[in-house]
Write a protein that binds this ligand. Sequence first.
Ligand code: NAP
Length: 327
Amino acid sequence: MSRVVVFDEFGGPDVLQVVEEPVAEPGVGEVRVRIEAFAVNPLDQLARSGASPAPVALPHARLGVEGTGVVDALGPEVDGLQIGDPVILAAIPDAAVRGTYAEFTTVPASRVIARPAGLDVAEAAAVWVAYSTAFGALVEKARIRPADRLLVTAASGSVGRAAMQIANQLGAVPIAVTRHAAERDELLAAGAAAVVAADQEEIVDAVRHHTGGTGADIVLDLVTGPGQQRLVQAARPGGTLVAAGFLDPRPTPFPRGTPLTIFNYASFEHTLDPVVVTRMAAFLDAGVRLGALRPALDTAFTLDDVADAHRRLENGLHGGRKIVVTV
Ligand SMILES: NC(=O)c1ccc[n+]([C@@H]2O[C@H](COP(=O)([O-])OP(=O)(O)OC[C@H]3O[C@@H](n4cnc5c(N)ncnc54)[C@H](OP(=O)(O)O)[C@@H]3O)[C@@H](O)[C@H]2O)c1
């Protein structure tokens, strides 16, 4: 049997319950993974509360798009994996069925990658969504290069931190945007070359100052909403804007003022593509080995405390660090 977190109705963290269900056998081309830890993602909160953009069928909906564990069983026609291999779940587009909030899940073999040796279990649970999203947005979409000035919003969040580390690994220059000047020192310690605090500075002027008057080459906007217009003005003509988040629930006006290449980015575009996943996994492995890439972790919880983990995320107490649940 597998202990699994499910919910039968939409609502607050208390709708989450731990139940037991039979362990599924892997089908052709599938592997069963014994989950060791999973990370709580903002998407989980949207799914649980009924606000998910993807449909969630009730009752007995599962959760979880991030996690790590070891290969527990192999289905027919699976090559290149052995029972006991430590892996990271690389894409769970159907979390309501195969979610990682469980002792076991069964996925196509193409959706696991080898766990980088330098990460502990909690870090491995927290690493993939943030780093694959930042890598996809910056490397695959924006084609970031050394010396590019990268402006990143919600820089203290998990994707923002990953974006700054990736920019640094590639010799680019991350300029962090935060709403609160109190975050400045932490963002500098997290790798920002400069910090723009929206409660104290005018974003366009500050970015011009930090870029010698030219503006940012690349903007990674994880917030969107009306504030995006100032980011467009802070970019250099001919630069690139990648919109990859939606922390501000207000509508985002069409970007005007500076001619830019604009992408609206969803990481499944790449994490369901085994060729790109191979590049992402190799980059992650190298970055971990070199000490350039490492997720920031918040409090860890256990499966029985999963509702508390959701409350912590919902109350914004994690400060952008990943909340991990050990199984
Ligand atoms: N496109 C994709 O495939 C993809 C993949 C993963 C995540 N995402 C999205 O990317 C965004 C960031 O995800 P994350 O996991 O990094 O989030 P996170 O870790 O929860 O980010 C938290 C940080 O975001 C900032 N923030 C929170 N609410 C804000 C608001 N209303 N306005 C401005 N800033 C706000 C805060 O920083 P300050 O207090 O310092 O301002 C906070 O520390 C989310 O919208 C998420 O859904 C998209």
